[in-house]
Design a protein around this ligand. Structure first.
Ligand code: NAD
Length: 458
C-alpha cells in the first residue's frame, strides 16, 4: 500500500467505525439522541512532546488523547507508539473502546492515545523521556476517575510504570490506579500480560463448543506475533490447535506441520535491540520454528516457508486471527480470504465492505470489540485491585475473565442467531443498548416528554 492509500484509509477509519452504528441501531433500542451523542467524541487533546535526545538535540513528537464517551464510567484505553498514528485512528480506537467496555459490561467508557514515533529508533532513555513527557502533557486530561490509559501497540509494562510514576510525581501522591498494564511490583495485576490473547482463546473455546470440532483438526494462522498474538497462539497450541502460520511486521512463515510456538516466542524474545525494550527479531529468524532460512529440525523434520503478510491472510485454514493493525482485510482482498472463522484480536482489522463480503460467503467473524476485550477486562480488574489495595491470585483473574468472556460471547451469539445478523452487528447492538440506556438515564427529550406530570414521578 502506498502512502497516499494509507493516509486515505486513516482518514476513513473513523467514518467507517461510526458508520457501523447506523447498521447496528436497527437491531437495538437506542434513543436517537443517545445515538447522535455517541457519534461525537467527548474530548480531543493534541499535544507536542519535546524530548532531549541522547546526542543533545531536541525532537518534538506529536501525540493525541481522545475520550470518546464516559457515560458508563471513566474512559479507558491504551496508548500506541507508532509512525502510523493519526487523529482519525485514535478517534476510531477510542470509539471502539467505548463499545468494547459495554459489550463485556464493565463500568468504563472509551478512550485512546497515541504518539507518532518509531520507538525502535529510540534508546531506552529517550523512550523513557518521551513516555514521561507524554504524561506531563496529558496529566490534566487523565486520572483514576476520569481517564485510565493502558498499553497498546509498541508500548509495554515498563512504559506504563514510567507513566504511572510521572503522574504520581505530578500529583504528589502514589496513584497506581491511573494506568493499567503496569509491572506486577508496581501494582500490576497477575494475568494482565496474556489477558487479550486469553480472552480471544476463550472465544475460540466457545466456538469449539458450538461447532463440536476436534482442536487437532483446526488449522490457525496468526497475523501479528506481538503481545496479543503470541499469547493466543501459545494457548491454542497448548490446547492441540495447529498453528500453521505466524507473522510480524517483517513477514511471516507457514509450516504445514505446525509451528512450535513456545520456541518461536523464545527466539523472538532473545533477539533484542540495544534498548532491550523491543525485540528486533522477526519471526522469520527463528531457527526452531520452521523457517526455511534456518533449516530447523522439529518433529516431522520439515521446514517452513517464508510468506508475506498478505499471503498469510489468504491461506487455506480454518481460523484466521488478525492480531496486528487495522485495515488488513479490505474490499480488495476479502474475496480471497478462505478461513471460515475469524477471531479479531487486532482492533479494526476488517473494513465494513470486507465484512459484508465475508458474511455473504458464510464466514463467521468474532469481532474485535468482543474477541480482544480480555485486555480491558483484566485492566478493569487491575484498577479495581489498585483501588481496593487487595490483590487477587492468577487463578481468580482467569476464572473471572472466563466468566465475563463466556457470558459476553453467549449474549452476542444469541442475538446473531435470533436476528440472523453478523456477530459484529450483534455486538454493536448490545453496546448501543447499554450505552444508550446510560445516556437515557441522564435524560433525553423522549425521556422528558413521556406522559408524566412530574419528572420526579417514577
Ligand atoms: P504489539 O506491539 O505487542 O505487537 C504487534 C505485532 O504486530 C508485532 O509483532 C509487529 O511486528 C506486528 N506487526 C506490525 N505491523 C504489522 C503488519 N503490517 N503485518 C503483520 N504484523 C505486523 O501489539 P499488541 O499489544 O499485541 O497489539 C496488537 C493488536 O491487538 C493491536 O491492534 C492492538 O490494538 C490490539 N489489542 C491489544 C491489546 C493488548 O492488551 N495488548 C488489547 C486489545 C487490542
Amino acid at each position: 500500500m502506498n502512502q497516499a492509500d494509507s493516509n486515505a484509509l486513516s482518514n476513513d477509519i473513523y467514518a467507517d467505525a461510526i458508520a457501523r452504528l447506523d447498521t447496528a441501531q436497527e437491531h437495538a433500542h437506542i434513543d436517537p439522541e443517545a445515538l447522535e451523542k455517541l457519534k461525537h467524541p467527548k474530548a480531543i487533546l493534541t499535544v507536542s512532546i519535546p524530548v532531549r535526545m541522547d546526542d543533545g538535540s531536541l525532537r518534538v513528537f506529536k501525540g493525541f488523547r481522545v475520550r470518546h464517551d464516559d457515560t458508563r464510567g471513566p474512559t479507558k484505553g491504551g496508548i500506541r507508539f507508532h509512525t502510523g498514528v493519526s487523529l482519525p485512528e485514535v478517534q476510531a480506537l477510542a470509539f471502539w473502546m467505548a463499545c468494547k467496555c459495554a459489550v463485556v459490561n464493565i463500568p468504563f467508557g472509551g478512550a485512546k492515545g497515541g504518539v507518532i514515533v518509531n520507538p525502535k529508533d529510540l534508546s531506552r532513555m529517550e523512550l523513557e523521556r518521551l513516555s514521561r513527557g507524554f504524561i506531563e502533557q496529558v496529566a490534566d486530561f487523565i486520572g483514576p476517575e476520569r481517564d485510565i490509559p493502558a498499553p497498546d501497540v509498541y508500548t509495554n509494562p515498563m512504559i506504563m510504570g514510567w507513566m504511572m510514576d510521572e503522574y504520581s510525581k505530578i500529583r504528589r501522591e502514589r496513584t497506581p490506579d491511573v494506568i493499567t498494564g503496569k509491572p506486577i511490583p508496581l501494582g500490576g495485576s497477575l494475568g494482565r500480560d496474556d489477558a487479550t490473547g486469553r480472552g480471544a482463546y476463550y472465544c475460540v473455546k466457545e466456538l469449539e463448543k458450538l461447532k463440536s470440532w476436534n482442536p487437532s483438526d483446526i488449522r490457525v494462522a496468526v497475523q501479528g506475533f506481538g503481545n496479543a498474538g503470541q499469547h493466543v497462539a501459545r494457548l491454542l497450541q497448548a490446547d492441540r490447535y495447529k498453528i500453521v502460520a505466524i507473522s510480524d511486521s517483517r513477514g511471516g512463515i507457514f509450516r504445514d506441520g505446525g509451528i512450535d510456538i513456545p520456541r518461536a516466542i523464545e527466539r523472538k524474545r532473545e533477539r533484542r535491540t540495544v534498548s532491550e525494550v523491543y525485540s528486533a527479531s522477526s519471526v522469520c529468524d527463528c531457527p526452531e520454528c520452521g523457517c526455511i532460512e534456518c533449516r530447523c529440525a522439529t518433529e516431522d523434520q520439515s521446514t517452513g516457508e517464508l510468506i508475506t503478510n498478505e499471503q498469510l491472510l489468504e491461506l487455506d485454514i480454518d481460523i484466521l486471527i488478525p492480531a496486528a493493525l487495522e485495515n488488513q482485510i479490505t474490499a480488495e482482498n476479502a474475496d480471497r480470504i478462505r478461513a471460515k472463522f475469524m477471531v479479531e484480536v487486532a482492533n479494526g482489522p476488517t473494513t465494513s465492505d470486507a465484512d459484508e463480503n465475508l458474511w455473504s460467503r458464510g464466514a463467521l467473524v468474532v469481532p474485535d470489540i468482543l474477541a480482544n476485550a480480555g485486555g480491558v477486562t483484566v485492566s478493569y480488574f487491575e484498577w479495581a485491585q489498585n483501588r481496593a489495595g487487595f490483590y487477587w491470585t492468577e487463578d481468580e483473574v482467569h476464572e473471572r475473565l472466563e466468566r465475563i468472556m463466556s457470558r459476553a460471547f453467549a449474549e452476542v451469539y444469541q442475538l446473531t442467531t435470533e436476528q440472523s445478523i453478523p456477530m459484529r452487528t450483534a455486538a454493536y447492538a448490545i453496546a448501543l443498548n447499554r450505552i444508550g440506556d446510560a445516556i437515557r438515564s441522564l435524560g433525553t427529550s423522549s425521556y422528558f416528554s413521556e406522559s408524566k406530570t412530574s419528572v420526579l414521578e417514577a
